[in-house]
Write a protein that binds this ligand. Structure first.
Ligand SMILES: C[S@@+](CC[C@H](N)C(=O)[O-])C[C@H]1O[C@@H](n2cnc3c(N)ncnc32)[C@H](O)[C@@H]1O
Length: 277
């Protein structure tokens, strides 16, 4: 660990009981430089002295480590594979085996964009499918604020830029600058707070036993140190159904490959459950 990181980790723990040690070193260093600039401190030492005495800044620093940016259909290639290949085959398998429902977990859902994107794909498939199927999406995040936003389903004009006009007209109601998800799309999604590092819980309690056909954990792993990424991946792998899919962010594919996951289609960001040796 660099000297700066060691200092900030120890200072936050000692003075404010905040543990930022799980975060990736480079990310921690960049976040530190940003807070120094925001607070107009002339040197790192000045910022450390200020931080030591100021609990509010300790909290602000730790909050700055949770980046909540998200988009609808964020990685177009991943969503194209989901729309054309993965979801149709999952649906066909469920219908054929007369199983009850497709179970999905969005494990870091931010303000809900990812969960709603998946729900749109599944609903659209329902409309074109003579056979009935059911699905349930458990969408979780460590932030209560993000979950509140997700449940409301209000988005600004800039937040909906990735959507086609057809999808927008079908799934949103426009009120001035605000675009609201229609209630019908919310009926199969269960939003709740869930910290992936909570040692007491192996899956969102609402899902009862996990057994997910698909888990999406995108744009989260790279914020953490390798040993913490492993903890998250192991938790997810355990609650994936046999042959279940694990989806990750575009820039996190290497992390999964290094952890011996096999990508189903090259560059798709879609991996399959690792069988236990
Ligand atoms: C950059 S956003 C990614 C959102 C979405 N998955 C996407 O790819 O667009 C990262 C999200 O991970 C959440 N997060 C970070 N650490 C977490 C943890 N330990 N448990 C659950 N959620 C976490 C943050 O609150 C944030 O909403």
């Amino acid at each position: 660990m660099t000297e700066n990181n060691q200092h900030i980790v120890q200072l936050l723990l000692k003075h404010h009981s905040i543990d930022v040690s799980p975060f990736d070193e480079t990310f921690l260093e960049k976040s530190l430089q940003k807070r120094i600039a925001v607070m107009n401190c002339l040197s790192q030492e000045e910022y450390f002295i200020f931080l030591q005495k100021n609990k509010k800044e300790g909290i602000r620093f730790s909050h700055s480590l949770f980046i909540c940016y998200s988009e609808f259909f964020r990685n177009p290639l991943t969503f194209a594979f989901l729309e054309r290949l993965i979801l149709p085959s999952l649906i066909a398998k469920k219908i054929y085996s007369k199983q009850k429902e497709i179970r999905i977990w969005c494990a870091a859902c931010a303000a809900g964009q990812e969960a709603y994107s998946l729900a749109m794909l599944l609903e659209e498939n329902k409309n074109g499918n003579a056979n009935k199927f059911n699905y349930r999406i458990f969408a979780t995040d460590q932030s209560q604020q993000e979950i509140n936003e997700a449940q409301k389903g209000h988005y600004s004009d800039s937040a909906i830029k990735n959507l086609t006009i057809k999808r927008f007209n079908k799934w949103f109601i426009k009120h001035g600058n605000n675009n609201t998800i229609i209630p019908e799309l919310k009926t199969h999604i269960d939003f709740s707070v869930f910290d992936l590092f909570n040692p007491q819980l192996s899956a969102p309690p609402a899902s009862i036993f996990g057994d997910f056909d698909l888990v999406i954990c995108a744009n989260l792993l790279f914020y953490y140190k390798p040993e913490y990424r492993k903890t998250i991946l192991s938790k997810i792998n355990k609650c994936l159904a046999r042959e279940g899919f694990l989806i990750t962010g575009e820039t996190e594919r290497d992390i999964l490959s290094k952890n011996n996951y096999k990508e189903v289609y090259l560059h798709s960001g879609i991996f399959q459950k690792k069988q236990q040796p």
